[in-house]
Ligand binder design. Structure first.
Ligand code: PLP
Length: 375
């Protein structure tokens, strides 16, 4: 199989991740719930995972790293902590349903910066124009449909100048692009553990600056005689027994990312996606939606000039290439880019893909399109 769906989850992972998960199942009891060996060993691994995340994302205090079950969980906590019903929330036109559905459920009014993909100047101009009307901001770092890298440093400066709280969805950037919590000044940064951080599914991280409202209430192993959740992090947001096996795997994934280096991963994914874009453009049978190197991540959308996206994706899978077709849980991104009617075929790379796999994928697509397999 050639796996080109890493934007959904990092199916390709270092072997250490699975080893850490199975090792944890054999060795760990509940962290923070006992002073005996297996409970203390679990607590030590959980804390090491917080420390590793704090170092990777530049947080001075590891206790402000909170474990979640995925990016969606973290985004729900962040949004409920910052946004109240009736607030006006400025979002990019590239948000995932993990952002727009919680905002809609809360009764927030969304102000949308619906400028074309890869036009950073137009985005910043539209963003600044609407910012004065906003009570809060939620933006994705990278569009999960087009790989458009949003200008988060400028967004941070604009929000900081006006004192407007903002939340970053780093679902497509954590592990693949530098994310600096201290420099960005966001109230919250939410991310999955199972994509670029190379951990198992069922893991995620929420980096917290501001006061946080719990989504779940329950036991934390601390302040047990109080009816209220503890005020301090991470306990305030971590009710119930944690996913220690997942956290052990996430630690192994993040250690791999640290060893290899985010800059090196970004460079490799950049090389692979540039090759893919160049070769697919030459076919002339697909519309390739891409941007300049500096704001294109390793996620790419294409639309076949003939036939449907679903058909192309299923023909590719018949030949052993795993890609995704449709709206990718981000209908807003398609509305913004004008691709809602067709959806797109999304190809997304990881640091474990090779140039040979990219050329083989292009060869297969060429054959599918040439042979009129697609009607
Ligand atoms: N935000 C973006 C930009 C995403 O791409 C995704 C997942 O694809 C999510 C949020 C939700 O992530 P998770 O599935 O970990 O909840």
């Amino acid at each position: 199989m050639i796996y080109l769906d890493s934007a959904a989850t990092s199916f390709l992972k270092p072997p250490e991740t699975a080893r850490a998960v199975t090792g944890a199942m054999a060795r760990f009891a509940s962290p923070g719930r006992g002073i005996y060996g297996p409970a203390m060993d679990a607590a030590e691994t959980v804390y090491r995972c917080r420390e590793t995340a704090a170092s990777l994302f530049h947080l001075p205090d590891p206790t402000r790293v909170v474990f979640t079950m995925n990016a969606t969980h973290g985004l729900n906590v962040a949004i409920r902590s910052v946004v109240r019903s009736g607030m006006r929330v400025l979002v990019s036109g590239y948000e995932h349903n993990a952002v727009v559905r919680p905002l809609a459920a809360l009764g927030a009014e969304m102000l949308i910066v619906d400028t074309p993909p890869f036009d950073t100047q137009a985005f910043l101009c539209g963003f600044e124009k609407k910012l004065d009307k906003a009570d809060a901001v939620v933006v994705t770092h990278v569009s999960n449909v087009f790989g458009f890298i949003l200008p988060v440093r400028e967004i941070s400066a604009l929000c900081g100048k006006r004192g407007i709280p903002w939340i970053l969805d780093a679902a497509q950037s954590a592990g693949s692009l530098p994310v600096d919590f201290t420099a960005l000044g966001a109230e919250f940064i939410a991310m999955p553990g199972h994509k670029g951080l190379l951990g198992p599914q069922g893991t995620g991280l929420l980096l917290c600056r501001g006061d946080a409202e719990p989504l779940l209430y329950g036991g934390t192993g601390s302040m047990s005689d109080s009816l209220s959740m503890p005020e301090s992090l991470p306990d305030r947001l971590e009710a119930g027994t944690q996913n220690v096996c997942g956290i052990a795997g996430l630690l192994a994934g993040m250690e791999y990312v640290q060893r290899r280096g985010v800059d090196q991963i970004r460079a490799r994914e950049g090389r692979l996606s540039r090759t893919l874009i160049r070769e697919l453009e030459q076919l002339g049978t697909l519309r390739v939606i891409s941007g300049p190197e500096q704001n294109q991540a390793g996620v790419l959308s294409v639309i076949p000039v003939r036939g449907s996206c679903e058909e192309l994706a299923s023909r590719l899978w018949e030949q052993g290439v795993a890609v995704r077709s449709g709206l990718h849980c981000a209908p807003l991104a398609h509305e913004t880019a004008g691709t809602k009617k067709t959806g797109t075929v999304r190809l997304s790379v990881s640091p474990f893909n090779t140039e040979a796999e990219i050329y083989e994928t292009v060869r297969i697509i060429k054959k599918i399109m040439q042979n009129n397999y697609i009607l």
